[in-house]
Design a binder for this molecule. Structure first.
Ligand code: DLZ
Length: 165
């Protein structure tokens, strides 16, 4: 999340991209105005970082609740090295907010650990749509851009970490 202390959207020094890395984006259709903004931010970053077009693929799921399974399929079938999950959950008047947020955050973490693949949490969890607009290309930056930076940084870390004891 973009904050006054840390705004990854301003990240200037991207790790060098290995042209073999395959990156999947899984985007929720729910609150599409917001998730389209997140997708634009993520795609712009990956293109500017020179990720080859044929190694990027976007998959759509109905809502944020479906992001973890979409990520799992992207790993198993597209053989993604990293998955960027993009969603927008807005509190509104319903207890759905808490159930969806809890399930998505746990589910994304579970898929990541199970498959040993970075699955990035690019899900906005806001009280109002105005807050979400501010974080999907508005005054507080773009969480989708930050999620893409995080994916590249994790792959760089994976490939640079010594594997010997
Ligand atoms: C049902 C629901 C509600 C109330 N709110 C949101 C939301 O703010 N953001 C979102 O991505 N999805 C929402 N959903 C849909 C659920 O994620 C899910 O798609 C359905 O419950 C079907 O499993």
């Amino acid at each position: 999340m973009a904050t006054i202390n840390k705004n990854l959207s301003d990240f200037q020094h991207l790790p060098k991209v290995n042209e073999k890395w395959k990156i999947a984006i899984v985007k929720a259709e729910w609150n599409e105005e917001i998730t389209d903004g997140l997708l634009d931010g993520a795609m712009d970053l990956l293109i500017n970082a020179d990720v080859p077009a044929h190694h990027m693929k976007t998959f759509e799921v109905p809502g944020s609740f479906e992001l973890p399974l979409g990520a799992q399929w992207a790993i198993e079938r597209f053989k993604a090295d990293a998955v960027i999950c993009l969603g927008s959950v807005i509190r509104g008047e319903t207890a759905h907010f808490d159930y969806v947020c809890q399930a998505v955050s746990q589910g994304i973490k579970d898929v990541s650990i199970k498959h040993n693949v970075p699955v990035i949490f690019g899900v906005l969890t806001d009280d109002t749509i105005e807050q979400s607009r501010a974080r999907s290309g508005g005054i507080h930056g773009n969480k989708g851009t930050e999620a893409a930076v995080t994916a590249l940084r994790m792959l760089h870390l994976r490939d640079s970490m010594p594997s010997s004891r």
